[in-house]
Design a protein around this ligand. Structure first.
Ligand SMILES: [Zn+2]
Length: 347
C-alpha cells in the first residue's frame, strides 16, 4: 500500500553527495540492517522443519503455521497484537542447537538481500524456559552468527534486549550478562549493544537507567525501543537519562520540533521500520511515514525490517517502499551513512 508523501528530495542535502559506486537496482544496494529481531525473523520453512522434528507443531500444515507466524491483515493496529506473533517461535528456540540454526537461517536470508552488515537483537531471558542459562542463551546465538560468518561475507553483531515488563532489576542482570560476551573481549562475533523492548505504556525509560549505566560501562552501544506506543516525552528521557546514541522506531518524535532538532544536532540515529510501524499502529494507515520528516530535519536514519517473518518483509522490500520518493543513490547513501552508526567494530 502506497502512503501519501510530500517529501522534497532537494531537502536531502546530507544524502545527495557523490556515490562511489553506481547502483542500477535495489537488490544491488549494499545494505546495513541495524534493527532486526531473531524471534520475529526465523524463516517459516525452518520453524516448520524444527517444529515437526520435535513434534511441536500446533497445526498440521505449513500453510496454517504461516498464518500463525505472519501478522494477518485483520490483526493489525496495536503493538500488543503484533507482539502476540512471537509466541510460537519460542516453542523451538529454547534449545541451544536450534537457536544456532535459526540464526544461521536468518543470516542466509539477509545475505540474499545483499545485507553486508547485520545487527540482530534478542532477549536471552525468554529462551531459558528449558533450562538454558542466560549465558548459554547468548552463546547459542553467537555460535550461529560465527558459523554463518565463516560462510558469508557479512559483518555480524548481537544486541541484547531487556524486556520492560520484567522490570529494572532483571534488566541489570541482562546488562551484566551482555557485557560478559561483549565483542571487544573476544576475537569473534559478540555482543555489541544493549536495548529495551516490550510494552511501552507504564514502563518509563528512566526506570532502566542503572541497566544502561552497566551496559555503557561495559562498552556496549546503546539503543532503545521508544516512541512507538508512547509520546515524545519518553524519547527525551531515553536520550537524556539513558544516554542512547540510537532510537528504535521513535515515530512520535515528529510531533516535537525541538526533539527533531536535538536528534539532528546530536546525530542520534532513528532505526526506521516502515512495514512494522503501520502494522503496530505506531503510524496510521494513510499517514506519511516519519522517516521523511527525519530526513528533512537532518536526523540520521537506518532502513530496517524489525521482523522479516512477522511483517512478511525483507530489506529489498523495505527499500522498495521508499523508492517512490528516494533515488537509488539516496537509498544507497542512507545505508552507507547508517554503517557509521553500527555498534559493530571490526572483528
Ligand atoms: Zn523492534
Amino acid at each position: 500500500m502506497l502512503e501519501p508523501v510530500r517529501f522534497d528530495t532537494r531537502l536531502l542535502e546530507f544524502y545527495n553527495g557523490p556515490m562511489q559506486q553506481k547502483v542500477h537496482s535495489i537488490s544491488e544496494i549494499e545494505k546495513v540492517e541495524l534493527h532486526q529481531h531473531v524471534d520475529g525473523s526465523i524463516p517459516i520453512q525452518l520453524t516448520w522443519q524444527l517444529m515437526k522434528s520435535h513434534g511441536l507443531n500446533p497445526v498440521e500444515t505449513i500453510e496454517e503455521m504461516e498464518r500463525l507466524l505472519v501478522l494477518q491483515p485483520g490483526e493489525e493496529g496495536t503493538l500488543l497484537s503484533y507482539l502476540d506473533k512471537f509466541q510460537y517461535p519460542q516453542w523451538i528456540t529454547q534449545f541451544y542447537e536450534n537457536l544456532s540454526l535459526v540464526v544461521e537461517g536468518i543470516v542466509e536470508e539477509a545475505v540474499k538481500n545483499r545485507v553486508k552488515l547485520l545487527e540482530l537483537r534478542y532477549s536471552p531471558i525468554i529462551h531459558t524456559y528449558a533450562g538454558l542459562t542466560l549465558r548459554q542463551a547468548i552463546r547459542s546465538v553467537l555460535t550461529g552468527m560465527n558459523q554463518a560468518r565463516s560462510r558469508h561475507d557479512i559483518q555480524l553483531g548481537l544486541v541484547i534486549i531487556a524486556m520492560r515488563q520484567q522490570g529494572p532489576h532483571i534488566a541489570k542482570i541482562l546488562a551484566r550478562q551482555a557485557i560478559s560476551e561483549a565483542q571487544h573481549l573476544h576475537k569473534r562475533t559478540g555482543v555489541v549493544g544493549f536495548d529495551l523492548a516490550g510494552a511501552e505504556r507504564g514502563n518509563l525509560p528512566r526506570l532502566f537507567k542503572e541497566a544502561y549505566e552497566i551496559a555503557r560501562t561495559g562498552h556496549l552501544g546503546l539503543t532503545v525501543h521508544v516512541g512507538e506506543d508512547e509520546g515524545p516525552v519518553c524519547i527525551w528521557q531515553a536520550i537524556d537519562e539513558l544516554g542512547v546514541s540510537r532510537i528504535g522506531h521513535g515515530c512520535s518524535a515528529v510531533s516535537d520540533k525541538e526533539l527533531l532538532r536535538r536528534l539532528a544536532r546530536d546525530k542520534i540515529l532513528v532505526e526506521c521500520c516502515i512495514t512494522s510501524n503501520y502494522q503496530t499502529g505506531a503510524v496510521k494507515r494513510g499517514q506519511e511515514h516519519p522517516i521523511y520528516t527525519f530526513l528533512e530535519h537532518g536526523v540520521p536514519v537506518a532502513i530496517c525490517t524489525d521482523n522479516t517473518t512477522v511483517s512478511a518483509t525483507n530489506q529489498n522490500q523495505e527499500n522498495e517502499k521508499l523508492a517512490g520518493c528516494l533515488s537509488l543513490e539516496q537509498l544507497a547513501r542512507i545505508h552507507q551513512e547508517a554503517k557509521t552508526f553500527s555498534f559493530i567494530t571490526a572483528v
